[in-house]
Ligand binder design. Structure first.
Ligand SMILES: [Mn+2]
Length: 326
């Protein structure tokens, strides 16, 4: 598949580069890294962005404006979608194939569906940003293109939890070193991604942590966040990102869970669904649990979204975990 993608890079001239729905640092960082690569090859590359970019990622797009809609007649030779594992994670507002051309997926998830016409996937890579560096090597780039170091460093730092997760390999650290040598600023990136909390977010953390319940003899830590908690704290959904990790950090917990009331528009009305975020502290493969619930992800981090109440989601999840533990 990488050969087909490389052929499309060589043959094409105008490319659109998109992130998965609700872009994260790996998705956006790898998109910006790829854009830098394409431009260094003399190609035209446009960032597709119809959603707002989370505040913690704004520093990445200081010099890059995303485009959310196109004039009639615009057509790209291909559209890249970064870090996407499932069709339902396609970015909202993505135009049809008459505009996008074929879809090239660049990804590293091992649980995935067959979204994309051409797929470049390396399930050993700690981040999609790492796959982008392999693409650069495959097209014969000996140096990192200008502007690629910081977004790719952010992609890798975010997906490895700051080079802590099991996905961190010697190659990952060597790549981190290479990106710092090329100009990435470790503290600036870490501060933007992991520090710099608004007071409302700290209050929300306190509220979420206070819902902690231990289940299955302490093997599962379950927390929740409701619309009311968000409103009471003056917080927004963006601030919930990463909170599930506090459930995983409970001593003895093999699985950390965050149940999250999620507002969607259905038939023109506000409607509440429930997101379930799952994290493994090492032993459990939470992607298997998410898959039973129509979700996906990695062994250590997976998620799903169900059109049921938070209490129903709690109950259904516990039943699936009971089966998983056998
Ligand atoms: Mn990723």
């Amino acid at each position: 598949m990488i050969d087909r993608a490389l052929h499309m890079v060589q043959e094409g001239q105008r490319f659109l580069v998109a992130c998965h729905r609700r872009p994260d640092a790996d998705s956006l960082g790898s998109a910006l890294g790829l854009i830098a690569m394409l431009r260094a090859m003399g190609k035209e590359a446009t960032l597709f962005m119809a959603e707002s970019i989370p505040e913690s990622l704004q520093f990445l797009v200081e010099n890059e404006e995303g485009v959310g809609s196109f004039d009639a007649g615009v057509r790209f030779d291909a559209t890249w979608i970064m870090d996407i594992a499932a069709e339902k994670l396609l970015p909202p507002g993505l135009p049809g194939p008459e505009v996008t051309g074929p879809i090239i997926v660049v990804d590293h998830h091992y649980a995935h569906d067959d979204v994309g016409d051409v797929v470049v996937r390396d399930t050993n890579a700690a981040a999609t940003g790492e796959v982008v560096v392999h693409l650069m090597e495959a097209v014969g780039m000996s140096e990192l293109p200008l502007g690629a170091a910081t977004p790719l460093y952010a992609a890798i730092v975010a997906d490895t939890g700051g080079f802590r997760y099991a996905s961190t390999r010697p190659e990952t650290l060597r790549l981190g070193a290479k990106l710092i040598e090329a100009g990435a600023d470790p503290w600036r990136v870490a501060y933007q991604l992991f520090e710099r909390w608004k007071p409302a977010r700290l209050k929300l953390l306190a509220a979420i942590v206070s819902t902690l319940q231990m289940a299955f003899d302490g093997r599962v830590a379950i927390m929740r966040v409701t619309r009311k908690m968000l409103a009471d704290c003056g917080a927004n959904d963006e601030m919930v990102e990463g909170m599930v990790n506090y459930a995983r950090s409970v001593e003895g917990a093999e699985i950390g869970v965050l149940l999250w009331e999620w507002q969607v528009i259905k038939d023109g009305n506000n409607h509440i669904e429930t997101k379930i975020s799952l994290r493994s502290s090492g032993k459990a493969d939470v992607s298997l649990i998410a898959q039973v619930l129509n979700g996906g992800g990695h062994r250590a981090a997976a998620a799903t979204q169900l059109d049921i109440t938070i209490d129903e989601a709690d109950e259904r999840l516990r039943a699936v975990i009971a089966e998983y533990f056998g």
